[in-house]
Every structure is written in C-alpha cells, then in structure tokens.
Design a protein around this ligand. Structure first.
Ligand SMILES: [Fe+2]
Length: 265
C-alpha cells in the first residue's frame, strides 16, 4: 500500500533517534577510545529492544506514525543508563537513581526534539522512557501514551530475558549482575512480595533464583500476544522454570505463569 507523504515523513523518527543515541554514547568513550563493556551491553540492548519492538508492532499490524513512535521510544528507552553508570558506577537503581526518570531528564535536555515529526511525539516518547522500568504502569495513564509505553516494556523484557539467559548459560551472570549470589535460594522478602502482590521487584532480589523468579513474574506484566509468542518460541518460560528451586509458595506460582502464557500466546 502506498504511503502518504505525511506518513512517510513520520517514518524516520526512530532513525533520527538511533543516530542521536549513537552520537550521545560516543561521549562516554574513555581516552583510549573504548566504551566500558557494560555500556556496550546497553548500547546493543537499545538496538535489540528496537528490533523486538518492530516484531511486536508488525505482529499487531501497527503502521505509520504509531509504529515509528514505538520504535523511537524503544531506541531511547535506556538513554539514562549511560549517565547513571558513569555517575554511580552501577545499574542498580536502588543504590543510585531511577534510570527511567534520569533518561527522561537526559532526553529533555539533550535530544533534538525539533527534528521529530508529530505533535505528540515528544510527550509520548518521554512518558514511555520514564515508565519503562516502573514496577507497574500508573492506573490513570492517558490512552494517548498507553500503547507505546506498553510495547516498550514488552520489547525491553524480551531482550533482558535473552541477555540473562545467555549470561547464565555462559556461567558469567555476575558480569551482568555483579551483586547476585549465584548459588543461593529465595529471599524471604521476595517470596512474601510474590504471595501478596503477584509480582516481585528487584529491591528484594539477592540470588539468581530470586532474579529468575522476578523475571518469570513478568509474564503477568506482558501486554501483547506477539510478546508471549516470541518468548514462548525461545522456550524462555520453561528454561527459567527448569532452573528454579522447588518451594511450597513458589511452585503454584510457576504453574499459574504457565497457565497464563498458554492463555495469552
Ligand atoms: Fe531500562
């Protein structure tokens, strides 16, 4: 189908954003010209999240401005990670700063908003960036912002699932998550949180088992059928379940995740 000129104009907001992010990241290279390996991970993550977003958007039949806006927000979602890391030496928000909020501030100050097409682009992208890492989306979020905020959260989670799995399989998860106790069981606080709220948060994560359990609970926070299909296609949920220690409070939760995935995929 032929695109209108107006629609075609909108199609490259995400290209402009990727170009800006690439240049922004250049400023974080050391005197030797190298980017810290963990910042390189975030650079690649940003592109993978954009690619995941494109797959989900295509699965949903999103086209034109909405698709482009979603990809724009996906590319920029972790803009706060770079300043967070050089300022605090960690990606752990609990010990530093909320990186979604920081990303919003970085973009407000440094992004060339005048280059983006579309009246609502700035507000929608900033909202999606600020909200991408929050435990839940706010109940009263405007329907104008909701789809892009939701697709960025799904796209981000898919790459984090893959990233963590790869690092666990290569026995180097501590490169990615330095504070994690690889051998330990579940923390009591996390199990309580899961029982009370149905979702665990990073705040209570101590061990790899905790982290994988929090990741599994993300199944209840995925928004779109294509996201479930992508993750199910990877065998993600079974892979995690196969690594979780058995626990009387956790086992029924794992079963409920599988029922949910089956219903949603
Ligand atoms: Fe993030």
């Amino acid at each position: 189908m032929a695109r209108t000129t107006k629609e075609r104009d909108f199609m490259d907001n995400h290209g402009i954003s990727a170009e800006w992010l690439g240049n922004y990241i250049e400023g974080f290279r050391g005197k030797d010209g190298n980017l810290h390996p963990l910042l390189e991970v975030k650079r690649i993550h940003s592109m993978k999240v954009r690619d995941n977003c494109a797959l989900i958007a295509d699965g949903l039949g999103w086209t034109g401005f909405l698709r482009d806006l979603a990809l724009t927000a996906a590319v920029l979602h972790d803009a706060g990670r770079f300043l967070q890391f050089v300022t605090y030496g960690t990606f752990f928000d609990g010990a530093s700063v909320d990186h979604g909020d920081l990303g919003g501030r970085v973009l407000e100050e440094s992004f060339p908003w005048e280059r983006l097409e579309g009246e609502s682009a700035k507000a929608t992208v900033l909202e999606a960036v600020r909200l991408h890492n929050k435990k839940f989306l706010p109940a009263g979020l405007s329907p104008e912002f909701l789809p892009v905020a939701e697709i960025v959260r799904d796209s981000d989670k898919i790459d984090v699932f893959r990233l963590v799995r790869r690092h666990v399989e290569e026995n180097r998860v501590n490169d990615l998550l330095p504070r994690l106790n690889v051998g330990g069981g579940y923390s009591g606080e996390l199990v309580r949180e899961l029982e009370e709220e149905g979702q665990g948060s990073y705040r209570n994560v101590r061990s790899l088992a905790d982290f994988l359990l929090v990741q599994l609970s993300w199944a209840f926070d995925l928004n779109f059928a294509p996201s479930f299909r992508i993750l199910d296609g990877d065998g993600t949920f079974s892979w995690i379940a196969g690594r979780l220690p058995s626990h009387p409070a956790v086992d029924p939760f794992v079963d409920s995740v599988f029922r949910h995935v089956e219903a949603m995929a």
